[in-house]
Design a binder for this molecule. Structure first.
Ligand code: UDP
Ligand code: MG
Length: 326
């Protein structure tokens, strides 16, 4: 059998059973039109509902639907990493299970890939069912990271994108534990292209993200791709020290000329509190980096697989040729 290019769809899933009927139906319609050589890699990220049962049934009926069952909930970014590690496709497309990423644009992405692009990102035109606060904070965040780090993050592009085999291999060589996927995608480079889609509100269920998680994701993005927060403190320190020196000289001369002037409680307290605050913040920033260093140094595996279905271990150890095993 000649090995035609294999197309892998990677789907991280956490309690998505209500969406799967429609997701699989729509994906299959789209994929069958492109090529018979496709696989759907479903990563069950510690779901507590019937997602796994559903996936196993689907796998029994259709061998090209493959399942990786993680030992617990590791979070979307890590589930995605597990999927990328196991995908054997010549092109790999991570997609959300909640139908916010319409499968219908996959043919366009594949067409761009065949034209020679290595990364085809899907950018959304509008976001329904999302509050203004989230929209604006997302925008501000990407601006900020774009400014102070060496990579550029477009704010309308998420994890939904086509990755060619060289890109997937490059991503897999990045060992870091902090999987800020968007940043990693941008970091690897390669020839990129963009297709547009209308992002809809989540099909069923609620988003697993809340502001606290988003805030932490933002911190990951910031600290993983920039050391500016670590460096500003020396400049701030120098500025404050310089100003204090000038003020000290002024005070000495004033004391010599006018004599001692005892009141000054307010300025004293303000100075002490302000400096205390600055020191605590800088300690906190040091702590953020230290915690990340500690995480990396521990060298734990990113995820633990409980079981694989339709994927044998030898094949997943490295990316091999693209013969569809169905
Ligand atoms: N997801 C996951 N693990 C998690 C949270 C989410 O695998 O801990 C999956 C989820 O099933 C979905 C995708 O990641 O397929 C996006 O999740 P969600 O819709 O909650 O995020 P949002 O669209 O709000 O970014
Ligand atoms: Mg979603």
């Amino acid at each position: 059998m000649p090995s035609a290019p294999l197309l892998s769809i990677v789907i991280p899933m956490h309690n998505e059973v209500d969406n799967l009927d429609e997701l699989f139906a729509r994906l299959r319609t789209v994929l069958d039109r492109i090529t018979p050589y496709w696989e759907m890699l479903c990563v069950n990220d510690g779901s507590s509902d019937a997602t796994l049962d559903y996936l196993l049934q689907a796998h029994a009926l259709e061998a090209r639907i493959r399942v990786i069952d993680l030992s617990r909930n590791f979070g979307k970014e890590i589930a995605l990493t597990a999927g990328l590690d196991h995908a054997r496709g010549d092109a790999v497309i991570p997609i959300d299970a909640d139908l916010q990423h319409p499968p219908e644009i996959i043919p366009e992405m594949v067409a761009r890939w065949r034209e020679g692009y290595d990364i085809v990102a899907a950018a959304h035109r509008r976001r329904e069912g999302e509050g203004w606060f989230r929209r604006i904070s997302a925008k501000a965040f990407y601006r900020l990271v774009g400014h102070i780090s060496s990579i550029e993050l477009p704010d309308d592009v998420g994890d939904y994108r086509l990755l060619s085999r060289p890109v997937v291999d490059a991503l897999r060589r990045l060992p870091e534990r902090t999987r800020f996927m968007k940043g990693l995608f941008a970091w690897v480079g390669f020839r990129q292209s963009v297709v547009y889609f209308d992002r809809e509100a989540r099909h069923r269920g609620t988003s697993r993200w809340n502001y606290w998680k988003l805030w932490n994701l933002a911190l990951d993005g910031l600290f993983a791709f920039s050391s500016v927060p670590l460096k500003i403190w020396s400049y701030l320190g120098m500025t404050i020290a310089g100003t204090s020196l000038v003020y000290a000289v002024y005070l000495v001369f004033r004391t010599l000329l006018v004599g001692v002037d005892v009141p000054g409680y307010a300025s004293l307290v303000v100075g002490v509190l302000f400096l205390g605050g600055i020191q605590l913040i800088s300690l906190g920033v040091l702590g953020e980096y230290l915690a990340r260093v500690y995480d990396e140094v521990k060298g734990r595996p990113l995820y633990i697989v409980r079981s694989r279905h339709g994927l044998d271990e030898a094949m997943t150890a490295q990316s091999t040729d693209s013969t569809a095993a169905s």
